[in-house]
Ligand binder design. Sequence first.
Ligand code: GLN
Length: 313
Amino acid sequence: GALPSRDEIRALVETAYARFRSERAGAVADYIPALAEADPDAFGICLANTRGDTFALGDAEQAFSIQSVSKPFAFALVCDALGAEEAALRLGVDATGLAFNSIMAVELRADRTTNPMVNSGAIATTSLVPGANAEERWQNVQQGLSRFAGRPLAFDERVYRSEAATNQRNAGVAHLLRGYQRLYCDPDEATDVYTRQCSLLVTARDLAVMGATLASGGVNPVTSEQVVAADTCRRVLAVMATAGLYERSGLWLYDVGLPGKSGVSGGIVTVSPGKGAVATYSPPLDAAGNSVRGQLVTRFLSERLGLNLFVSA
Ligand code: GLN
């Protein structure tokens, strides 16, 4: 079935906001020093449907660095450029069941591929973004993600510098992958472009429109631009389902029944194919690095809007 009426959606978003506003569990990420300054009370929700209507509440216009929520959109650009089969061979698409920054994930499979939704696979993805050099790849990431959002996305220099000064672990993962011939450009350049990618500034409204683009066969419902092919979207949603919430991806699918992607700054985007997307912003995270309020809001809205993909009756 389709989404309920506009009034019903609006009322459900309001109920979700009121219900989870006082939730106090979780802790703001602090391994990237600039992220520790986030306001734990910031809380925004936005739902976008595939017709381009948006239903926003709270801090839905507050800008924050996209972090790992960039991963599905960067993968979409690479999958579109390389073809889905080649992308799967070079990056991997199976669940890792491990933390977002896991090094063990790289050692898990004989072919040393992981999944584009965790850091290792995402840095490898960024290394495959079309471009003759790091600057061109960065331009293509920024422009590509901006097409998903339907507006030019700015870049947070402060967050970038803060992470670049402290991301020795990601650099190590990139070099390890390079040693296995599973990174496809210079490892320091790949790490740098990936860190820039994570520092792009978005709002919950942007994430909802970006997710709704994946929900509508790659057509941005606000600008009507075909951003990526429809076939690419179904592949992106599949990898989100396998590893979008890292080691909690199984529980997420069990509870919510939709592909989602979280990031350590507190964003989550969740896609309902053919219908739309729910985006949330709330910085306090659980132990896996997933926004606590974001998970609660999304589970509530998925249930009340009847979005779970596995429901048959
Ligand atoms: N930039 C962050 C990192 O690589 C993104 C991680 C995340 O959002 N889970 O550590």
